[in-house]
Design a protein around this ligand. Structure first.
Ligand SMILES: *Cc1c(COP(=O)(O)O)cnc(C)c1O
Length: 345
């Protein structure tokens, strides 16, 4: 049964009536034969927005990350990423399982690491070692709390990748959230990287879909992997239409989610036994510490669900709340009344 006050993730965003209507009217064809006009259009739109040569529609963000890795890495290669990164925790071990690729976690500051840390993680070229091949940056971060990489941080890390001839990849699941906050165009962020992608099933509100972008050559290889992984579809224009609708109508409104996340953080801050610094909230993700309750996050999360409020668990003493389309300040007030009441006895 659905939880009434559900802050679990922005993946809970449901397609609006208007989006559904737009999906219904999509012109379609066979995607695998490159004959689906709507999918083709979406790919072109995203490639243009991110200023890359080509784009590829995939069913999920996970597949976007994985086709990027699999296209540019070989068995025995290694990918450097933050210890909090999504592919390190939440993609079923795909780099290892599918590509014979190892992952090298770096302990960044809330998900944001430095060029010096990359240099330290790079293996010296030697037949005893895995070959360091790619650096992956999550912009903005997810489970560390939606933090935005400043351009100088990106430049530092990418310069180091270039120095050692590594590919640079940006997990841009929520790249539009970063861009809406900073005013920096998504193309500027994408410009630093060889490969990147956008998720449409997070705050943008489409039911499924992501578009990965890069050079024409890379997209050719990514197509092979998408096919191999079973990600090639047929009349996917129905789905791509939702993503086009999201690009046209749901990007600017992400600002509302950011405002609501800030509001949520300030209200959480007023609740005894919860620690959070609202100034650290930059996008639509709020993480907060509950160690003062004396309960592990998993137990507390279960107790909250029993009272119809859902958060996700991101660490032993940390919960995460995410704002998305449909979450209002009234909603937040009502939910936090329950949270406050629950923690008061
Ligand atoms: C959600 C997410 C993914 C995976 O996307 P799915 O569409 O859920 O497969 C990858 N990276 C980050 C940072 C994410 O937040």
């Amino acid at each position: 049964m659905a939880t009434r006050y559900d802050f679990y993730s922005d993946t809970l965003t449901k397609p609006t009536e208007e989006m559904r209507k737009y999906m219904c009217s999509a012109e379609v064809g066979d995607e695998q034969r490159l004959e689906d006009p709507t999918t083709n259009r979406l790919q072109d739109m995203v490639a243009e927005l991110l200023n890359k040569e080509a784009g590829l529609f995939v069913p999920s963000g996970t597949m976007a990350n994985e086709v990027s890795f699999l296209s540019n890495c070989h068995p025995g290669d290694e990918i450097i990423m933050d210890i909090s990164a999504h592919p390190y925790h939440a993609e079923g071990g795909a780099p290892a399982a599918l590509g014979g690729i190892t992952t090298r976690p770096v302990l960044g500051d809330r998900g944001i690491f430095t060029g010096a840390q990359v240099e330290e993680a790079i293996r010296p070229p030697h037949r005893l070692r895995q070959r360091s091949r790619l650096v992956s940056v999550e912009q903005p971060t997810n489970i560390t709390g939606g933090h935005i990489w400043q351009l100088d941080k990106i430049e530092d890390v990418v310069a180091m990748a270039r120095k050692y001839n590594l590919y640079a990849h940006m997990d841009g699941a929520r790249i539009f959230n970063a861009s809406i906050v900073t005013g920096i165009p998504v193309s500027k962020y994408a410009g630093y990287f060889d490969t990147t992608w956008v998720d449409f099933s997070k705050g943008l509100g489409a039911p499924v879909g992501a578009v990965v972008v890069g050079s024409k050559e890379f997209i050719e290889e990514a197509w092979r992997w998408k096919q191999r992984l079973g990600g090639a579809m047929r009349q996917s224009g129905i789905l791509a239409a939702a993503c086009i609708y999201a690009l046209e109508h749901h990007v600017d409104r992400l600002a509302e989610d950011h405002e609501n996340a800030k509001y949520l953080a300030h209200r959480l801050c007023e609740i005894p036994k919860i620690s959070i610094n609202p100034d650290m909230v930059e996008t639509n993700i709020v993480t907060f510490d509950i160690s003062q309750t004396g309960k592990p996050a998993a137990l507390l999360a279960t107790e909250f669900i029993e009272r119809d409020v859902r958060f996700s668990i991101v660490a032993k003493t940390k919960l995460r709340a995410v704002a998305y389309l449909g979450i209002t300040q009234k909603h937040i007030d009502e939910a936090l009344k329950i949270v406050r009441d629950h923690l008061s006895h």
